[in-house]
Design a protein around this ligand. Structure first.
Ligand code: AFP
Length: 348
């Protein structure tokens, strides 16, 4: 008997997808494709550990000992290790930098030097690990600026977001997803745990034009500026904008893992913000980091039709001066981000 296979159910693995994107760049050598694939592999390993998160050998403080007498490695340390171990000796990278490490991670001299730079936040939302809440990994890929062959430097890691070659995130939630852009739209893949492959489930993601949510830690309201307070009231439908118009109120959703908050708003429409506040005088620019969280998610947002800002300037246009530089962050639907800028201009 002839078995009919409908062609609309074509299954696209992440590898095939990246290769097909590569074909539209005849000059491509395949190194970026392999690098993205290495990151997907690191994501699979991290996912396999996060799903075991309730088990004794993973939970607990670093430095403690599990029932087998082995040292416990905390999940964020393990994720950091997986990202660096699966990437530093492939010959694709010139340097790495991790949100968990103070300095850049050079490529040891015994390994070949590549042309890309990888910055990553290995486990964003790590304070949620012990509560079985979604967490994620964020990555940003640049071309090295310094000459080929020589060891790359800090300068190679301090690049403006507009120069990103690719960025993305993995989210470890009810399912594991990888979402990325290489400047040709945003594509989402879901890990099929049975076969261990990321399959394309969300092609060409566009941020919904009818935003549903705003996401901010409202517990910090007392530390906010007047502009941020009024902007939040505006999102709730209780404050007019400059032209005197009220908007329909949005619902509040805040997980406290940026990847998860961002992912929901990317699909459902909305705005995530973490403004500067007076809570931590040592972090006058808010908590989030430009290189590891701001720029990579800003690239995704822009590719999906949204935008981002630090309150005055697009995050992709900010020149980093330090590896762990913090920035206020507003990211999501364009009209909402622009409205945040308007309130800040008006009142702060
Ligand atoms: P952790 O990785 O330390 O949990 O920080 C996560 C994060 O940087 C980001 O994912 C959240 O959006 C933000 O912090 C939450 O911070 P608050 O707890 O201050 O709201």
């Amino acid at each position: 008997m002839l078995i009919q296979t409908p062609d609309h159910t074509r299954i696209m693995t992440i590898e095939r997808h990246i290769l097909e994107e590569q074909r539209s760049h005849p000059e491509a050598t395949g190194v970026l494709t392999s690098l993205l694939y290495d990151i997907a592999l690191a994501g699979k390993v991290i996912a396999s550990q996060t799903t075991r998160g309730g088990l004794a050998e993973i939970l607990g403080q670093e430095g403690t000992v599990n029932v087998q007498g082995e040292d416990v490695m905390k999940l964020d340390v393990l994720a950091d290790l997986m990202m660096s171990r699966l990437n530093y000796n492939t010959g694709r990278l010139a340097v790495l930098a991790s949100e968990e490490q103070e300095d850049i991670i050079p490529i040891p001299p015994e390994y070949p030097m590549g042309k890309y730079v990888l910055l990553y936040d290995p486990l964003d939302g790590s304070s949620n690990i012990d509560y079985n809440v979604s967490i994620g990994t964020i990555f940003a890929i640049y071309r090295r600026k310094s000459g080929d062959g020589s060891p790359a430097t800090l300068d190679d890691c301090l690049q403006i977001g507009r120069d990103l070659v690719a960025s993305g995130y993995l989210i470890y939630g009810a399912s594991t997803m990888l979402v990325y852009t290489s400047g040709m739209g945003v594509h989402g893949f879901t890990l099929d745990p049975a076969v261990g492959e990321f399959l394309l489930t969300h092609p060409d993601i566009r941020i919904s034009e009818k935003p549903k949510y705003y996401s901010v830690n409202q517990g910090y309201e007392k530390y906010w500026s007047e502009g941020i307070r009024r902007f939040t009231k505006y999102l709730q439908g209780d404050e007019p904008d400059k032209a005197g118009n009220f908007r329909k109120g949005l619902s509040l959703r805040y997980i406290g893992s940026m990847v998860a908050d961002f992912h929901r708003n990317l699909l459902a429409g909305g705005i995530f913000y973490y403004p500067s506040d007076s809570k931590e005088p040592k972090y006058p620019y808010g908590k989030l980091r430009l290189a590891y969280e701001g720029a990579p998610l800003a690239f995704i947002t822009e590719q999906a039709g949204g935008t981002s800002s630090n309150g005055t300037t697009n995050l992709l246009d900010l020149e980093p001066t330090q590896l762990h530089q913090r920035t206020p962050m507003f990211i999501g639907n364009r009209d909402l981000v622009e409205k945040a800028e308007e309130f800040i201009r008006e009142y702060d």
